[in-house]
Design a protein around this ligand. Structure first.
Ligand code: MTE
Length: 302
């Protein structure tokens, strides 16, 4: 198993590719059919459908350091998160800054289901059926001003509920950011549900970012502030270790993490004979997003 500090994969973890491919071909069509507009479905190779992980997988193997660094810590501890009367402060370069309730933010919008592959920088992946809204539609409520070039996000800090915050396992609040065109991309969503249930606390209740072509650490949880800025905002993992974690963090099988390969990934929920699968450029969403990075040296974007 890989984590931020070690890479202990062995060849014993590797299952020949045709095993997982055949299984996935059997259910071809299932994932794409339920995705609004077919966006996620179209992003993957022909013949491959996205078979969602179980609700149990998705909600029991998490990264949410505010609740501890172990994979089961969030599920064990996050019940204490207070999500009542949630509001998001939207400020910076917007026409209508202020505190927006979830109802304000989603008023008039239709909740969508999007089945996305989710790839952690630690080289594991899941497929998650998210419910939520395009971030662009939420930002439109506040009115993005012409000078804005980046979007900064911040997670709630509730020390009494968050043992990882009390122990300062990393600096908090957790912060993340996107370039404005990435934030406005139709694949970028704010998730409020999984499997049509309200998003569980350990997955970032009541509202979290999902950017499917980037490593999972970009997908910041339990957001309380969104700031439109002119300058690239600081981000948690880049602040912690800029040599290993970049601002862009686009999934790229050709660019190794300094301590492990990103060429393949372990699928969560695969059981004892868990297969590994090849990691796809931009996590399988290259057709949709590669154009955002034209002219940039992708090897430098880790
Ligand atoms: N957001 C906050 N606030 N705190 C975190 O520790 N972990 C990130 C991201 N968002 C994290 C976070 C990482 S490393 C990953 S891989 C994903 O959340 C995990 O999301 P999941 O638990 O829903 O799979």
């Amino acid at each position: 198993m890989a984590n931020r500090w070690t890479n202990t994969f062995t060849t014993a973890d590797i299952t020949p590719e045709p095993l997982w491919l055949n299984r996935r071909q059997l259910i071809a069509g299932l994932g794409a059919a339920s995705v609004a507009g077919g966006l996620a479905g179209s992003a993957h190779a022909a013949g491959e459908a996205l078979e969602p992980n179980s609700f149990e997988d998705i909600t029991s193997y998490n990264n949410y350091y505010e609740f501890g660094t172990g994979k089961s810590d969030p599920a064990e501890n996050a019940a204490a998160l207070d999500t009542s009367n949630w509001s998001i402060a939207i400020d910076g370069l917007v026409d209508r800054p202020g505190d927006y309730s979830l109802a304000d933010l989603t008023d008039g919008l239709t909740e969508e289901e999007r089945i996305y592959r989710f790839r952690c920088v630690e080289a594991w992946s899941m497929v998650v059926p998210w419910n939520g809204y395009e971030l662009a539609d939420l930002l439109a409520k506040a009115g993005v001003q012409a000078g804005a070039r980046y979007v900064a996000f911040e997670t709630a800090v509730q020390p009494e509920a968050m043992p990882g915050v009390r122990r300062s396992v990393i600096p908090f609040p957790y912060v993340e950011g996107l370039r404005l065109d990435e934030a406005m991309h139709p694949l970028t969503m704010m998730a409020t549900g999984i499997y049509s249930k309200p998003i569980p606390n350990q997955n970032g209740a009541p509202i979290r970012l999902v950017v499917p072509w980037k490593y999972g650490f970009k997908s910041i949880k339990s957001i309380v502030r969104i700031t439109l800025t002119e300058e690239e905002p600081p981000t948690t993992w880049q602040n912690l270790n800029a040599r290993e974690y970049g601002f862009y963090a686009n999934v790229n099988p050709e660019v190794s993490h300094p301590r492990w390969s990103q060429a393949s990934e372990r699928m969560i929920g695969g059981g004892l004979f868990a297969s590994r699968q090849e990691t796809l450029m931009f996590n399988g969403y290259a057709d949709e997003v590669a154009g955002l990075y034209e002219g940039m040296d992708l090897s430098k974007l880790y």
